[in-house]
Design a protein around this ligand. Structure first.
Ligand SMILES: CC(C)[C@H](C(=O)O)[C@@H](O)C(=O)O
Ligand code: SF4
Length: 467
């Protein structure tokens, strides 16, 4: 047998049919659904008189549109569009008999946090969702694709997806991370190196000592942003940490089924001589705490750097950089650590897990914020409950943070949590394009610890100075 990558192995295990032109029909193990990209898909089923093919493998949760303040069950607290989408999901979940976590359920949260938390996401699976950050689930060694609404309908109806195989890319992070450097700094630094188109056409496997050393939460942060690096999906081979995380979760296999699953999961790694179409290597020691200065995730620099000038770039990037600088209201040569911010947002499917909240609380303990507003939005109701139990919520509240209910919140401007024009935000989310967090809002992406440090000083800050 020829050597295979992890991606090859999962792909091969799921191909139901391959056409002469290489187009494949892939079997889908888990279909995650949220309110934004599913209404038309369910409507399509209804019109065709179809049912959901595998309701027990289909899991829905509202996350993008929901407010994160008390009273959010009341549609009056949402825009009309949001209320319609959430109501449609409620109805569709009931009518089609799929698993559902409504806003009133403590397990509700961002779909990419709920899936792993409930044990729906398992190694070796194919996981899809009408959402680009489905890549997050790759942290378990699952092949996780974001899909469009017409594909959502296709998967609902058939539990299969039409796909062509992508190429294999290896991103290796060697050695150890320095103190203050986190998974977010890894994933942003990779994009800084490859650019947002570097992964186009590839499925990335992240490997190396620094990746192995990450917790499952950290691995999810890394895979989450594979998509910002242009890749179709990101993967990390499962290991003892993965199995440990999965074991005992509500929907993880049990007993003999667990043993059988584990035996297969242990074969899920890239073979020694597997072929890679592209390889990128970063040294863990070289990665610094980073922030973005522009309007693309690739506009990333160590916090110790200065704001670049547009003419330090080449080709088409010169104009793009100038536009970014204008939009962000920054002056070339200005120290990144002198940039004053108005707002801090800690949350999202990139950094809304318990470990992220712990990292931020560690920096905030006993301190007060120096920004106009700061909010922590746990990624799920269960993350929120755990953070309360651990005393993290008290640390945030005493520091001056708002302690919110779970949802996508200020990661994107689809719910009441939005930036005002010109408002500058230190955010732990994954996208920083113009208007992402609200029209005219300015986003600087960074890790939870860096966002906490910025909250205390009111400026972008090197978290290492606070440790
Ligand atoms: C609304 C949804 C389709 C979108 C996505 O696919 O990623 C959102 O989650 C985002 O992060 O921009
Ligand atoms: S938290 Fe942000 S990135 Fe994640 S699914 Fe929600 S909107 Fe998309």
């Amino acid at each position: 047998m020829s050597p295979k990558t992890l991606y090859d192995k999962i792909w091969d295990a799921h191909v139901a049919h391959e056409a002469d032109d290489g187009t494949c029909l892939l079997y889908i193990d888990r279909h995650l659904v949220h309110e934004v990209t599913s209404p038309q898909a369910f409507e399509g089923l209804r019109m065709a008189g179809r049912t959901v093919r595998a309701p027990d493998k289909t899991i829905a949760v509202p996350d993008h549109n929901v407010p994160t303040t008390p009273g959010r069950e009341d549609p009056k607290n949402m825009t009309e569009d949001s209320a319609i989408q959430v109501a449609a999901l409620d109805k569709n979940a009931k009518d089609f008999g799929i698993h559902y976590y409504p806003v009133s359920d403590v397990r509700q949260g961002i779909v990419h946090i709920v899936g792993p938390e409930q044990g729906w996401t398992l190694p070796g699976m194919t996981v899809v969702c009408g959402d680009s950050h489905t890549a997050t689930h790759g942290a378990f060694g699952a092949l996780a694709h974001g899909i469009g609404t017409s594909e959502v309908e296709h998967v609902l109806a058939t539990q299969t997806l039409i796909q062509r195989k992508g190429k294999n890319m290896k991103v290796e992070i060697t050695g150890k991370l320095a103190p203050g450097v986190t998974a977010k700094d890894i994933t942003l630094s990779v994009i800084g190196k490859t650019g947002t188109a570097g992964g186009t056409g590839y499925v990335i496997e992240y490997c190396g000592e620094a990746i192995r050393d990450l917790s499952m939460e950290g691995r999810m942060t890394v895979c989450n942003m594979a998509i910002e690096g242009g890749a179709r999906a990101g993967l990390i081979a499962p290991d003892e940490k993965t199995f440990e995380y999965v074991k005992g979760r509500p929907h993880a296999p049990k007993g003999a089924q667990w043993e059988a699953a584990l035996a297969w999961w242990k074969t899920l790694f890239s073979d020694e001589d597997a072929h890679w179409d592209k390889v990128v290597t970063l040294k863990g020691e070289d990665i610094a705490p980073v922030v973005t200065w522009g309007t693309s995730p690739e506009d990333v620099l160590p916090i110790t750097a200065d704001v670049p000038s547009a003419d330090s770039f080449e080709g088409g990037k010169v104009g793009a950089a100038q536009r970014s600088l204008d939009y962000m209201g920054l002056t070339p040569g200005q120290k990144l650590s002198d940039i004053e911010i108005d707002t801090v947002f800690i949350g999202s499917c990139t950094n809304g897990r318990i470990e992220d909240l712990r990292a931020a609380a560690e920096i905030l303990k006993g301190k007060k914020i120096a920004v106009k507003r700061a909010m922590v939005v746990p990624g799920s109701g269960l993350v929120r409950a755990q953070a309360e139990e651990e005393g993290l919520a008290d640390i945030f509240i005493e520091a001056g943070f708002e302690w919110r209910l779970a949802g996508c919140s200020m990661c994107l401007a689809m719910n009441p949590d939005q930036l005002a024009p010109g408002e500058r935000c230190a955010a732990t989310s994954n996208r920083n394009f113009e208007g992402r967090q609200g029209r005219g809002g300015r986003t600087h992406l960074m890790s939870p610890a860096m966002a906490a440090a910025a909250a205390i000083t009111g400026k972008l800050t090197d978290v290492r100075e606070m440790m």
